[in-house]
Design a protein around this ligand. Structure first.
Ligand code: 6GU
Length: 225
């Protein structure tokens, strides 16, 4: 899989891909992630990428020319399955969407800033708009990192069998059950007996029951789905 991320703040996207699981996935060649600095595609001598909104009002709007320049350059090199614009008015991101996107070949993620991008750039290029929740971030970069992380960890070979994404919260509309590690007793708090029993079937039943209990208590909306 290949993810091209277009941003006017490339430094914000360095660290998420430089550590742990995402770094390993990139090093193993399971995914290619390229960060593109929108400013490099600015068409004026001041390297500007935004301008005042027509009709007035606060904030700046990201101009269509650099966005066109960058996306057109990428599209001339390969076909893209999806061009995603990160925006608080997009579709709310979920595990279902992460699963779906993990099956794509090449995707572009465009990060918005200021008051957003010129509406015509959305019309011309964007195939999908995603928000990561009902709150406003100062830009789409952190949201793009969230979406990329959720996608990349699902790619075959990224997680080992033990950490398989199949046992994640949400994968079956259930929250994950509680987990414990050594010591078996800490300051009087004991690990549930069944987990020490070695009885695989009982352990798996217990985990399922706990997942249901936890989901009922914390996220009954998931069970309703
Ligand atoms: Cl994708 N962008 C911004 N700026 N804020 C957000 C968001 C995205 N998702 C939730 N809030």
């Amino acid at each position: 899989m290949r993810i091209d991320i277009i941003t006017c703040l490339p430094s914000l996207l360095e660290s998420p891909f430089s550590a742990s699981i995402l770094k390993r996935a990139i090093d193993k060649g399971l995914v290619t992630v390229e960060i593109h600095d929108l400013r490099a595609y600015s068409t004026d001598k001041h390297k500007s990428i935004d301008d005042y909104p027509f009709g007035g009002g606060a904030g700046m709007v990201m101009s269509i020319e650099p966005i066109d320049g960058c996306i057109s350059a990428l599209k001339s090199q390969r076909d893209y399955d999806e061009i995603i614009y990160m925006t608080p008015d997009g579709e709310r991101f979920s595990q279902r969407i992460a699963n779906e996107l993990s099956l794509k070949g090449n995707i572009i993620i465009l990060c918005g800033h200021y008051k957003g991008i010129d509406e015509r750039a959305r019309q011309m290029f964007v195939t999908r708009e995603i928000s990561i929740g009902d709150y406003v971030l100062s830009g789409g970069e952190l949201a793009a990192a969230v979406v990329s992380d959720a996608i990349i960890r699902l790619l075959p070979g990224v997680l080992s069998d033990e950490t398989s994404a199949l046992t994640d919260s949400f994968q079956d509309n259930l929250l994950a059950p509680p987990v414990y590690t050594r010591p078996a007793e800490y300051k009087g708090l004991k690990v549930p007996e069944v987990l020490l029993s070695g009885h695989e079937q009982k352990i798996s039943e217990w985990r399922f029951e706990q997942a249901i209990k936890r989901t009922k208590e914390r996220r009954p909306d998931l069970l309703a789905d």
